[in-house]
Design a protein around this ligand. Structure first.
Ligand code: AMP
Ligand code: TRP
Length: 340
């Protein structure tokens, strides 16, 4: 079965790493947007396992998480009949193209501007942010990401705010290769949601909600027991004052909770402000906790309904559909380089 890319629909590509727990930031910033895009576009959603190994993973845990990420995609509403779901390492063209881009397009000066390896390095080794313990893979990670995107002639890349820099680099690499070797790649556009592109930590509204946070109080995992999640909301940091009002500067913690509430419940922030007028933070948090519990209960029923066998079959089918497209692009690239 070959993927029908001959229709007039634009192509969407995105991915999530099977590392750490997935949280409502991933859902609201990325996955919810993917679900909305499925009807309108040719969608390709990848489990980027080779990105996950840029930092050390326990091997058994990694195997488990690859399948769990697919279950999260499915529970979010991605339909494998409409969108292609596959595992990055199943298509060898990704690492081959990454190597070619390393040589023919990426420059040290580009990668030195990327913030992620510095941030992740700083966590491991505070005195030496881009230092000894950062793998070469973590440094080179954005080039593999560019290869993921470029293999499928992608038009749009839906991601959270933190990935915008990487998609911009992908455009630069595509344009540089085309200029130096002849036209092959399409330079993609990034798609970032107006609301929800950067969900902040519940314990600290100045830092984004993150799967690698040191405390589980930072995030609501999509697999958290609903009662635990409700407690996390009730304990979440709030700002001074008591009025439920969206004010990013004066009330960043509340602004974050209002954003989460609005997106999960499908209620405009203005309306939430009206509903909670004169009621204070406590009542607002109770309302949000109920909303989160409802969301997680429904999400987890779906999540638990898929077997590992079903998921493995979806990954095999996805790889079979997508392989010819990737190999075709890789062949064109090799031709341009004279590797025939
Ligand atoms: P990762 O967990 O790093 O593989 O990210 C998967 C997707 O979720 C990417 O598109 C990220 O940009 C997005 N994402 C991660 N954290 C957040 C967050 N706190 N708020 C919004 N989107 C996020
Ligand atoms: N780097 C992305 C993240 O950490 C994951 C990713 C890898 C990705 N390849 C991609 C996202 C291609 C979009 C397109 O979230």
């Amino acid at each position: 079965m070959e993927l029908d890319m001959k229709n007039n629909k634009a192509t969407v590509f995105s991915g999530v790493q099977p590392s750490g727990v997935l949280h409502i930031g991933n859902y609201l910033g990325a996955l919810a947007q993917w679900v909305e895009m499925q009807n309108q576009y040719n969608c390709i959603f990848c489990v980027v396992d080779y990105h996950a190994i840029t930092v050390k993973q326990e091997s058994q845990e990694l195997s488990r998480r690859i399948l769990d990420v697919v279950k999260i995609y499915l529970a979010s509403g991605i339909n494998p009949e409409q969108a292609v779901i596959f595992q990055q390492s199943d298509i060898t063209a990704h690492t081959e193209l990454a190597w070619i881009l390393n040589c023919a397009a990426a420059r040290l000066a580009d990668l030195n501007k990327m913030t992620q390896f510095k941030d992740k390095g700083a966590k491991k080794e505070p005195a030496c942010p881009a230092g000894r313990s950062v793998s070469v893979g973590l440094y080179d990670y954005p080039v593999l990401m560019a290869a993921d995107i470029l293999l499928y002639n992608t038009d749009l890349v839906p991601v959270g705010d933190d990935q915008v820099q990487h998609v911009e680099l992908c455009r630069t690499l595509a344009e540089r290769f085309n200029r130096d070797y002849g036209q092959v790649f399409k330079a993609p556009q990034v798609a970032v949601r107006k609301q929800g592109a950067r969900i902040m930590g519940l314990d600290d509204p100045t830092k984004k909600m993150s799967k690698s946070a040191s405390s589980p109080a930072n995030y609501i995992a999509l697999t958290d027991a609903p009662e635990i999640a409700a407690k996390k909301i009730k304990r979440a940091v709030t700002d001074s004052g008591s009025e439920v009002k969206f004010d990013q500067k004066q009330k960043p913690a509340l602004a974050n909770l209002l954003t989460i509430y609005s997106l999960l419940a499908g209620i405009k922030i203005k309306e939430l402000e009206e509903n909670y007028k004169g009621k204070g933070y406590g009542e607002f948090k109770n309302g949000l906790a109920e909303e989160i519990k409802k969301f997680l209960r429904e999400f987890q029923i779906k999540y638990n309904s898929f077997t590992d066998q079903e998921v493995k079959q979806i990954l095999r089918d996805g790889a079979d559909k997508i392989r010819p497209v990737a190999n075709k692009t890789l062949k064109r690239v090799k031709n341009k380089l004279g590797i025939i």
